[in-house]
Ligand binder design. Structure first.
Ligand code: C2E
Ligand code: CA
Ligand code: CA
Length: 315
């Protein structure tokens, strides 16, 4: 007996004159979709599929040039504590594409990860953020800010990740205690010992860690307990309907209680209304990020915003 699990791609031909290579290419594309759908299945060619593949290939090409042409920017989104003070910001990358305008990181980060470009991009983000921290250290209005930087799994798992971070710390002269790295849940699944070792050595330098999008993955609580974290970040998908959906409210409450019992701080993201903030506060949340306070802002705008916030809390 033999079992096989073929992935089959199907396309039509014969309607118009074309070379044999064309229908084969279409069938191939459809076959890869069948593979991506879990194998042992069949997919028909769909012109939309082709458009997507072409668009992605173009974006990938552009992404390679973007670095050389200085098309990336960091934007900064404020985080406030329950005293109403601006205490931190999250650095969020933006790509200013010459034809397409601003492209969301949700679109290009996955491409950067697949192509390995995330290494260069991640280093650029870290370096830019730390240079900024070093500059802010000289101004009393900004010196107290912590900066959160997103680190994608493939970046964290690079062999020399710890060296990259420590090099940037040494090169920029920024205070590592002002740097918070945001990891996502996917990290904790494989090779936990290595993850713990890396986090611990960076923590010895003063860097802190936050677990981003908490609740959306499937963290095992026994892993969570072992990771040397400082903060959990309640994902915005739970905050969005926190006043409407009792399940979301229950999850948010659970995260706050969990953070508390593990000795971690907690920050809620995607806070858009006062009512959401009030609910979170009632549950014991002490830090917030979202449109209620500010959207992510370009550097000059963020500094103006931070200056006002500083003057308000110290006047
Ligand atoms: P994230 O880390 O979960 O970032 C939060 C996202 O929510 C940001 O989208 C932010 O603009 C948005 N947001 C903030 N407040 C609100 C709100 O009140 N309402 C709503 N509806 N949305 C809000 P953005 O900037 O498009 O970033 C998307 C994702 O791209 C990030 O999700 C992060 O995973 C990734 N990313 C961004 N910058 C970097 C980076 O420098 N490195 C890496 N590796 N990933 C990054
Ligand atoms: Ca984040
Ligand atoms: Ca998040």
């Amino acid at each position: 007996e033999h079992h096989s699990s073929p992935s089959i791609g199907v396309t039509l031909f014969g309607e118009k004159t074309e070379t044999i290579a064309e229908p084969l290419k279409r069938a191939d594309l459809a076959m890869y979709q069948a593979k991506a759908a879990g194998r042992n299945t069949v997919r028909f060619f769909d012109p939309k599929m082709q458009a997507m593949v072409t668009q992605r290939a173009e974006l990938e090409e552009d992404l390679r040039d973007a670095m050389l042409n200085d098309q990336f920017e960091l934007h900064y989104q404020a985080q406030f504590n329950d005293q109403g003070q601006l205490f931190a910001a999250e650095a969020l990358i933006r790509w200013r594409h010459p034809e397409r305008g601003l492209i969301s990181p949700a679109e290009f980060i996955p491409i950067a990860e697949d192509t390995g470009l995330i290494t260069i991009l991640g280093y650029w983000v870290l370096n830019t953020a730390m240079q900024q921290l070093a500059k802010w250290a000289e101004h009393p209005e900004f010196a107290g800010l912590t900066l959160a930087v997103n680190v994608s799994p493939s970046q964290f798992h690079q062999k020399n990740f710890v060296d990259q971070v420590t090099d940037v710390i040494d090169l920029t002269g920024a205070d590592p205690r002002r740097l918070k790295l945001e990891l996502t849940e996917g990290f904790s699944i494989s090779n936990i010992e290595e993850v713990i070792a890396r986090m611990s050595s960076l923590r010895q330098r003063g860097v802190s860690f936050s677990l981003d999008d908490f609740g959306t993955g499937y963290s095992s609580l026994s892993y969570l307990k072992r990771l040397p974290l400082d903060q959990l970040k309640i994902d915005q998908s739970f905050v969005r309907d926190i006043l409407i959906d009792p399940n979301d409210a229950a999850i948010a409450k659970m995260v706050i209680v969990l953070a508390d019992s593990l000795g971690l701080s907690v920050v809620a993201e995607g806070v858009e209304t006062l009512a959401q903030k009030a609910f979170l506060e009632q549950q014991g949340c002490r830090a917030y990020q979202g449109y209620l306070y500010s959207k992510p802002l370009a550097l000059a705008e963020f500094e103006a915003f931070a200056l006002r916030a500083y003057q308000i809390s110290y006047s």
